[in-house]
Ligand binder design. Structure first.
Ligand SMILES: Cc1ncc(COP(=O)(O)O)c(C=O)c1O
Length: 368
């Protein structure tokens, strides 16, 4: 039985007619760059996140970058984040001229360890970016209280956590702002590249809107130097259709994760993901940990079961950041967990027979 890592077609098929209708409307109104479909989605997505505003941009990477620019971060500033994230989190910090500073993660959630956060703060620290890795929110209460004490901005990287909750609060709504990616494979994915910045701070929202549109509020009157980072009209229309289904899709992911965990938890050598009771994990990624992950991934691929690794090398050990001269051993928890991660097939339409099959194959392979 083939089990793909992700099956975007299975998600598209049942909404095909609605998507076609939405695309037709964009074409009929030729509302291609920004425009009414983006504005409509922004309203809906802000309501979904429980924030006052959402500004659509071209990608999650742009959401992070423009968010930091809107907070006026730049050369000489430090921004604290984690080493086990997608490189975009660090790139956004570097691209606004600031310096990323890493803090190790907790071994159970792989999110920022709040007990290690305060020690990393210096006079230059201006902001912290907790990343809600794999769909589970970071431990926001202690992170927020340390950040407030030191007057740091809190930027949530919620790119993997659309609809995730922490003590009943939705991802993106707890910090000064939240950044989302709508890359096609995300829990809420566009049909191309897209992202958003959500906030309840009108000044931050205004600046992000200016930055994404060449620094203008009125056409050809440029109040600041910005960029072209608008969301496409087509993406706004697709996202509006898909947002209605997101709660059901997230529930399906949670059901699939529960099934996986029930079947995998007793297998020797397999560590299943933990979900803290105050969290609602939305399982963008369902990652187990095993000691020899390369062999397991290769053996599963041989049986047409396709896995991923998110992410094989922590940021501080990436060649791109070699000038920081951070060595192996600096962030032992992150280094250890990333060496063991195997992301199993995970998407809402995954069938229980497929989950059964994956678990059975893992049990057999781990017994050898
Ligand atoms: C944690 C995290 N941050 C940022 C990004 C960047 O988003 P995008 O690919 O839309 O630029 C991603 C998406 O891959 C991500 O997973």
């Amino acid at each position: 039985m083939k089990v793909p890592f992700l099956d975007l077609k299975a998600q598209y098929e049942p909404i095909r007619a609605e998507i076609a209708e939405a695309l037709q409307q964009v074409l009929d109104r030729t509302a291609f760059a920004g425009g009414p479909f983006v504005a409509q989605f922004e309203k809906e997505f802000a309501a979904f996140c429980g924030t006052q505003f959402a500004a659509g941009v071209g990608s999650g990477t742009e959401a992070l970058w423009l968010a930091l620019l809107a907070l006026e971060l730049g050369p000489g500033d430090e921004v604290i984040t984690v080493p086990d994230t997608f490189i975009a989190t660090a790139e956004a910090i570097s691209y606004c001229g600031a310096k990323p500073v890493f803090v190790d993660v907790e071994p159970l959630t792989f999110n920022m360890d709040p007990s290690k956060f305060e020690a990393a703060i210096t006079k230059k620290t201006k902001a912290v970016i907790p990343v809600h890795l794999f769909g589970q929110m970071a431990d926001m209460d202690p992170i927020l209280s340390i950040a407030r004490k030191h007057k740091l901005f809190v930027v949530e990287d919620a790119s993997q956590a659309h609809g995730a909750e922490y003590k009943g609060k939705v991802a993106g709504s707890m910090g000064d702002l939240g950044c989302f990616s709508f890359y096609p494979g995300k829990n809420l994915g566009a049909y191309g590249e897209a992202g958003a910045v959500v906030t309840s701070n009108p000044e931050i929202d205004r600046k992000v809107r200016m930055l994404r549109d060449h620094g203008q509020e009125k056409k050809y009157y440029h109040g600041m130097i910005g960029w072209n980072a608008r969301m496409d009209g087509i993406q706004g229309a697709v996202l509006s259709v898909k947002l209605k289904y997101l709660p059901a899709w997230n529930e399906a992911r949670r059901r699939n994760a529960k099934l996986y965990s029930e079947k995998l938890e007793k297998i020797d050598g397999v560590k299943i993901p933990s979900e803290f009771s105050h969290n609602k994990h939305v399982y963008h990624i369902y990652a187990i940990r095993v000691p020899d992950r390369d062999s397991l991934i290769a053996a599963l691929a041989g049986k047409d079961i396709h896995c991923g690794i998110h992410y094989p090398i922590p940021i501080h050990l990436q060649e791109a950041y070699s000038s920081m001269e951070l060595r192996k051993g600096e962030f032992p928890v992150a280094e250890n967990v990333v060496s063991e991660f195997v992301s199993l097939p995970m998407f809402p339409e995954l069938r229980s027979e497929q989950i059964d099959h994956v678990a059975t194959e893992i049990r057999m392979l781990m017994a050898h």
